[in-house]
Design a protein around this ligand. Structure first.
Ligand code: GTR
Length: 326
């Protein structure tokens, strides 16, 4: 309850600012864990600009970045309850709630970012967006989350054996706990905002993420070794609260869908540029980057993770369709 009250207070303070600045009839408040300027934050702002233009100034989007509304798992609940109107999140924290999202969060399921784009831009992606509806959410589109690799404060990880016994943070999803365990480490599920201090104080040895998150979170300041094993390519999603959606006319719903769709190519450009900038910054800070790593043992170790999580015909079919996508 306390969290809800805090979120409401933050939203109300924001809405006072917006109404002073513009005459929007509808202001959609959107949450993001990342700081201002991060590609996901800028993409949702861009979506808002398109929406405002196309609605003749009636509909606006306000992005509450930097986890102002809370950590991802909590904001997902608040979006389902309609306290938050929109949310840009990784698919990871949805895994335990929406089984279809598990399939595109599996380690090594995508061969490359291009492969991920082809899958998420096609019927598999459309099916996953539709799977949000029974959970009081409307799936609007997918954004990039790069590929995730290990970083830690202790030593260069050059093989799976080096992970043995290390305490590694994962996103709050059973798949990632099982993935990390199968790789030999002690999996520690934690909210993103707790990772920096957990590494700094030695509660965990490391975590895993993409270049922009590793850099923008400052984790590279406390984790000096980054191993590019690229075990995960987890798409990000933009969702809307069903409550907010149902308040819109059919015409406005179409405008929202289209603006979200049109923000995707822009987001991809921002992402590619930010990956380079973040990599340069991390390298310049002296982080040791390990590129010479054989992925095969990591891929082979994931067989039991697939067996445990891909259990129904529906999920097996989805995996087969992804693997068959060129
Ligand atoms: C980032 C992702 C965030 C969040 C974070 C995490 O790459 O963009 O939405 O999920 O990872 O590790 O918690």
């Amino acid at each position: 309850m306390k969290k809800f009250t805090t979120v409401l207070a933050t939203l109300l303070a924001g809405s006072a600012m917006v109404s002073a600045a513009a005459a929007c009839e509808i202001t959609l408040r959107s949450s993001d864990t990342h700081p201002d300027g991060y590609p996901t934050v800028e993409a949702v702002k861009y979506m808002g600009t398109l929406l405002t233009e196309r609605s003749g100034g009636r509909i606006c989007v306000e992005v509450f970045h930097s986890a102002q509304l809370g950590e991802e798992k909590d904001t997902i609940e608040q979006t389902r309850f309609g306290v938050i109107d929109m949310n840009r999140v990784s698919l990871g924290p949805f895994n335990n709630l929406i089984e279809e999202t598990k399939v595109v969060s599996l380690p090594f399921i995508f061969r490359s970012t291009d492969h991920m784009h082809r899958v998420m831009d096609g019927p598999v992606g459309d099916g996953i967006l539709a799977a949000f509806q029974p959970h009081d959410l409307i799936g609007l589109g997918f954004y990039d989350g790069g590929s995730r690799s290990f970083y830690n404060s202790e030593k260069p990880i050059t093989s799976m054996a080096d992970l043995a016994g290390m305490n590694m943070r994962v996103m709050q999803s059973d798949i990632f706990v099982d993935m990390m365990t199968a790789m030999g480490a002690n999996a520690t599920p934690l909210p993103y905002g707790e990772v920096y201090s957990a590494i700094q104080t030695g509660v965990i040895d490391g975590a895993e993420n993409n270049w922009p998150s590793f850099e923008s979170s400052g984790h590279y300041e406390v984790a000096g070794y980054y191993t590019l094993n690229q075990h995960l390519i987890v798409p990000e999603v933009l969702v809307m609260a069903k409550a907010a959606w149902e308040k819109l006319s059919a015409e406005d719903q179409a405008l929202v869908r289209q603006a979200a769709k049109d923000s995707v190519p822009h987001m991809r450009e921002l992402w590619t540029a930010r990956e380079k900038v973040s990599e340069e910054k991390v390298r310049a800070a002296g982080v040791e980057i390990i590129t010479d790593i054989d992925k095969t043992p990591f891929i082979e170790a994931m067989v039991p993770v697939y067996e445990k999580h891909v259990t129904t015909d529906k999920l097996k079919d989805l995996v087969a369709r992804i693997q068959a996508t060129e």
